[in-house]
Design a binder for this molecule. Structure first.
Ligand code: HEM
Ligand SMILES: *[C@@H]1O[C@H](CO)[C@@H](O)[C@H](O)[C@H]1NC(C)=O
Ligand SMILES: *[C@@H]1O[C@H](CO)[C@@H](O)[C@H](O)[C@H]1NC(C)=O
Ligand SMILES: *[C@@H]1O[C@H](CO)[C@@H](O)[C@H](O)[C@H]1NC(C)=O
Ligand SMILES: *[C@@H]1O[C@H](CO)[C@@H](O)[C@H](O)[C@H]1NC(C)=O
Ligand SMILES: *[C@@H]1O[C@H](CO)[C@@H](O)[C@H](O)[C@H]1NC(C)=O
Ligand SMILES: *[C@@H]1O[C@H](CO)[C@@H](O)[C@H](O)[C@H]1NC(C)=O
Ligand SMILES: *[C@@H]1O[C@H](CO)[C@@H](O)[C@H](O)[C@H]1NC(C)=O
Ligand SMILES: *[C@@H]1O[C@H](CO)[C@@H](O)[C@H](O)[C@H]1NC(C)=O
Ligand SMILES: *[C@@H]1O[C@H](CO)[C@@H](O)[C@H](O)[C@H]1NC(C)=O
Ligand SMILES: *[C@@H]1O[C@H](CO)[C@@H](O)[C@H](O)[C@H]1NC(C)=O
Ligand SMILES: CC(=O)N[C@H]1CO[C@H](CO)[C@@H](O)[C@@H]1O
Length: 332
C-alpha cells in the first residue's frame, strides 16, 4: 500500500516536470505561472520578501503557522488571488466567514507588500507574496525548501460564501476531506500530505472540544482519542472556553517535521480531520510510513509538490485580475 503511494508520488513528480518543461515551450498567449516570474520586473523580490519575513518571524515565532494557513484559506476560497485579504464594510468578504475567524497574518502580508511596493511599485501581486510567505514559513520552521511559481494576479471579488463553501470541515472524514480537495483539483494524496501542515501552529478549543465532551451528541468522548492526551486536553479546554489554544503537534509545536504523523498514528491528533487519516487504509498506510524517521525526505518532497499544486488553484494570470498597491482594501 505504502509503496504504491510512493510509486504514484514519483510518477506524479515526473508528470509535474513534464508539464513544467512544456510550459516553457508554450507561447505567451496562454499565461501561466512560472518560476522567477519577476526576474526582470522586480529582481530579488523573493529575497526581499524573505528578509522582511525573517524579521517578523523572529519577533513572533507563531507567525509562520498563521501565514501557511492564510495561503491555504486564500487558495481554497475561490482561488489563490489574495481575495481573502479584501475587506467588506458589510461583513460579506471571505475573511468574514466563520472558518476565517482565527485566520491570522493579514498585517504581515501588508507590511511585506509595503516594502515590495517601495522597490517595485505595482508589479508584484499580493497573491504571490502570500505564496512566497507560505514557502518561507515552511522553511523557517525547518521544513522543506522549495521554489514557488509566481505570476499570480489579484482578484477584486471576495465573497463570504466562497470560504464557507470550499473550506473543509474540521470534523470531516477522509471521504469528505477528499471531496473538498477534489473540488479544488487536488488529489487524495495532496489531502493526506497537506494535512501535515498541522505540524506547526495551534487550534482553538472549539475546533476540537466536541471530541472531548460531546462527540456523537450524547455527552461522550471520541473513543479513538488517546486517554492520556484526552486528559491533558480536557484540563486545558473546559466547556465553553473559546480563547484557549492548543498546539496541533504538541511534541514539536514550532517545527515542521514528522511529529504530526507520529501523533496521528498514536491517536494523539488534535482535530478529528487529522485523526480521520488513520481510519482509511490508504491514508493510514502513508501515516504509518511517516512514523519512520527515514521517510522525512519523501515527506518533504511530497509536501513541496502538493504546495505547488495548491498554489495553482484558480489563479489569475496574464491580463486577468490586477496588481494593487495595497492588499487589504475595502471592496464594498
Ligand atoms: C485537511 C483539511 C483541513 C482542515 C479540516 C483544517 C482545519 C483546521 C482547523 C480547524 C484549524 C484550527 C483553527 C483554530 O481553531 O484556530 C487549523 C489550523 C491550521 N491549519 Fe488547517 N485544516 C486543513 C488543512 C490545512 C492545510 C492544507 C494547510 C496548509 C497547507 C493548513 C494549515 C494550518 C495551519 C498552519 C494551522 C495553524 C494556524 C495557526 O497557528 O494560527 N491546514 N486547520
Ligand atoms: C527570467 O525568467 C524567464 C521565464 O522563466 C526566463 O525565460 C528568463 O530566461 C529568465 N531570465 C533571467 C535573466 O533569469
Ligand atoms: C454594502 O454597504 C454599502 C453601504 O455601506 C451599500 O452601498 C452596498 O450596496 C452594500 N453591498 C452589499 C453587497 O450588500
Ligand atoms: C531554508 O532555510 C535554510 C536554513 O534552515 C537556509 O539556509 C536556506 O537558505 C533556506 N532556503 C530558502 C529557499 O528559503
Ligand atoms: C463520512 O462522513 C459523511 C458525512 O458525515 C458520511 O455520510 C459518510 O458515511 C462518512 N463515511 C465514512 C467512511 O465514515
Ligand atoms: C475514526 O474512527 C474512530 C473509531 O476507530 C471513530 O471514533 C472516529 O469517529 C472516526 N473519525 C472520523 C472523522 O470519522
Ligand atoms: C479544475 O480543473 C478544471 C479543468 O481543467 C477547470 O475547469 C477548473 O476551473 C479547475 N478548478 C479549480 C478550482 O482550479
Ligand atoms: C451535545 O450535542 C447534542 C446534539 O448536538 C446537543 O443537543 C447538546 O446540547 C450537546 N451538549 C452539550 C453539553 O453541548
Ligand atoms: C500530558 O501533559 C504532560 C504534562 O505537560 C506531559 O508530560 C505529557 O507528555 C502529556 N501527555 C500527552 C499524551 O500528551
Ligand atoms: C525505516 O525505513 C528504512 C528505509 O526504508 C528501513 O530500512 C527500516 O527498516 C524502517 N524502519 C522501521 C522501524 O520500519
Ligand atoms: C476588478 O478587476 C477587473 C479586472 O479583473 C476590472 O475590470 C474591474 O474594473 C475591477 N473592479 C474594481 C471595482 O476594481
Ligand atoms: C480576521 C477576520 O476578519 N476575522 C473575521 C472572521 O469572521 C468573523 C465573523 O464570522 C468576524 O467577526 C471576524 O472579524
Amino acid at each position: 500500500m505504502a509503496s504504491q503511494l510512493m510509486f504514484r508520488g514519483s510518477r506524479f513528480l515526473l508528470l509535474v516536470l513534464v508539464v513544467a518543461s512544456s510550459t516553457l515551450m508554450m507561447d505567451t498567449t496562454t499565461a501561466q505561472l512560472q518560476y522567477d516570474f519577476y526576474n526582470t520586473t522586480c529582481p530579488g523580490v523573493e529575497d526581499l520578501v524573505r528578509a522582511e519575513l525573517l524579521a517578523l518571524f523572529a519577533a513572533d515565532v507563531t507567525l509562520p503557522a498563521g501565514l501557511l494557513r492564510l495561503h491555504f484559506h486564500d487558495c481554497f476560497g475561490a482561488g489563490c488571488d489574495a481575495a481573502l485579504l479584501l475587506k467588506s464594510h458589510n461583513g460579506t468578504a471571505q475573511r468574514d466567514a466563520d472558518p476565517n475567524s482565527t485566520v491570522r497574518g493579514y498585517e504581515a502580508i501588508e507590511a511585506v507588500k509595503a516594502k515590495v511596493e517601495e522597490a517595485c511599485p505595482l508589479v508584484v501581486s499580493c497573491a504571490d507574496i502570500m505564496a512566497m510567505a507560505a514557502r518561507d514559513a515552511v522553511n523557517y520552521t525547518q521544513g522543506p525548501a522549495y521554489a514557488v511559481e509566481t505570476g499570480r494576479r489579484d482578484g477584486n471579488v471576495s465573497r463570504k460564501e466562497d470560504a464557507l463553501r470550499f473550506l473543509p470541515p474540521a470534523d470531516g472524514n477522509v471521504t469528505v476531506l477528499t471531496q473538498y480537495f477534489a473540488a479544488q483539483n487536488l488529489s487524495y494524496k495532496d489531502m493526506v500530505v497537506l494535512s501535515a501542515a498541522h505540524s506547526i501552529g495551534v487550534a482553538h478549543c472549539p475546533s476540537f472540544s466536541n471530541r472531548l465532551y460531546n462527540y456523537t451528541g450524547a455527552g461522550d468522548q471520541d473513543p479513538s482519542l488517546d486517554a492520556d492526551y484526552a486528559k491533558n486536553l480536557t484540563a486545558k479546554c473546559k466547556p465553553g472556553n473559546v480563547a484557549t489554544v492548543q498546539p496541533l503537534d504538541p511534541t514539536t509545536p514550532s517545527t515542521f517535521d514528522l511529529g504530526y504523523y507520529n501523533n496521528v498514528y498514536n491517536h494523539r491528533a488534535l482535530l478529528a480531520s487529522d485523526a480521520a487519516l488513520l481510519n482509511d487504509s490508504l491514508s493510514g498506510a502513508y501515516v504509518q510510513l511517516m512514523t519512520n524517521a527515514s521517510s522525512v525526505d519523501v515527506f518533504f518532497a511530497d509536501f513541496a509538490v502538493s504546495m505547488i499544486n495548491m498554489g495553482r488553484i484558480g489563479v489569475r494570470t496574464g491580463t486577468d485580475g490586477e496588481i494593487r498597491a495595497t492588499c487589504a482594501i475595502y471592496v464594498d
